[in-house]
Design a protein around this ligand. Structure first.
Ligand code: AMP
Length: 205
């Protein structure tokens, strides 16, 4: 099964992709993690864009993504998160990767800001926690792999605002272009409830 999870930063798409990929034995691909893990000179250029809340070029991210989905751990399918982020990427996706379904996790902007300010990421496996709504069992330590939890550089008010502006500008053309494959889920509910709703949607699809 090839799925895309779409939603604003902080909508819970990363958390849900993590849970559901484990549950269904799919590989979880976050383009943000792919880019953050890119090393060398190109990695440095990418990291500087990310820290300012700016986008990496469509061609570069698509190349990195195509390489990733060819790896053996994606043979049963994947959940893609963080892509597409604009109409051009949506067209690349539709033309070159055969996606079964797109789950849009919806959250209003005020809740997004609240969540991102308290977000924590595992520096080792990329799992996502929230110091208020979804704290780890042991403070500062990942429940899944024992890695150190860190706050992302771009989870500051200025970069969050910039990412939200970009999202609003680019989001509607994507929705319009891919609308036949999209199911919308309310992301403001508690994590297990959102998971249940997504799994129900996948069963009926
Ligand atoms: P995320 O972890 O999804 O919040 O992504 C973090 C950052 O990585 C974004 O703010 C962008 O700078 C970059 N990025 C992630 N996915 C993409 C994409 N599909 N296209 C361009 N840049 C991306």
């Amino acid at each position: 099964m090839k799925l895309v999870f779409l939603g604003k930063q902080g909508s819970g798409k990363g958390t849900q992709a993590e849970i559901i990929s484990r549950e269904l034995g799919l590989c979880h691909i976050s383009t943000g993690d792919l880019l953050r893990n890119t090393k060398g000179k190109i990695g440095k250029q990418i990291h500087s864009l990310i820290d300012k809340g700016e986008m990496v070029s469509d061609e570069l991210i698509f190349e990195i993504l195509k390489k990733r989905i060819k790896k053996p751990d994606c043979k049963n399918g994947f959940i893609l998160e963080g892509f597409p982020r604009n109409l051009k990427q949506a067209i690349m996706l539709e033309n070159q990767i055969d996606i079964d379904l797109i789950i849009e996790i919806y959250l209003p902007d005020n809740l997004v800001i609240n969540r991102l300010i308290h977000r924590l990421n595992c520096s080792k496996c990329g799992a996502v926690f929230n110091s208020v709504t979804n704290p780890p069992k042991k403070s500062g330590i990942c429940d899944f792999c024992g890695g150190k939890l860190i706050k992302r550089q771009d989870d500051n008010k200025q970069a969050i605002k910039k990412r939200l502006e970009l999202y609003h500008k680019n989001f509607w053309p994507i929705i319009d272009f891919l609308r036949d494959k999209i199911i919308r889920i309310d992301g403001s509910k508690k994590i297990p409830e959102v998971t249940r709703e997504i799994l129900n949607a996948l069963e009926t699809f």
